[in-house]
Write a new protein. Structure first.
Length: 131
């Protein structure tokens, strides 16, 4: 992976976005009661960073193929990720009922942030690819 590869550029932006989110969480930690924060939150960040990066990298590889194949892979990867997220959410909540609300809320917020980030990055990448 070179410094100018789309995956490396995405990883750099992803880590910057994640660092900003962590700073926001740390600030919130001092403002809100601790009961609103899941002890699994640091691991949730790592999980979303890894899944988002690997999903994007995989899709970038398929973007060089025809558009129909890329769209099919995008839909497949998105569906698999969503099923994985639901499974992890349900399993964690069943095993840790006391932490269900804080974990579910933080998981959902991170899901939204990282999904929007990935979609915007893929849209920018496809725009640059068509130029």
């Amino acid at each position: 992976m070179t410094h100018s590869s789309p995956s490396f550029i995405f990883l750099r932006k992803l880590l910057i976005c994640s660092a900003l989110l962590v700073i926001l969480v740390l600030i919130s930690w001092f403002i809100f009661p601790k009961k609103y924060f899941s002890p699994a939150l640091p691991f949730t960040f790592i999980f979303f960073i890894a899944i988002t990066y690997f999903g994007y990298s995989f899709l970038v590889r398929f973007s060089r193929l025809n558009i129909v194949r890329f769209i099919n892979m995008y839909l497949l990867i998105t569906t698999l990720k969503l099923l994985l997220f639901i499974a992890i959410l349900v399993i964690y909540i069943l095993l840790n009922r006391k932490d269900a609300v804080p974990f579910g809320l933080s998981f959902f917020i991170l899901y939204l942030v990282y999904t929007v980030f990935e979609v915007i990055s893929l849209a920018n990448y496809s725009k640059n690819l068509s130029k």
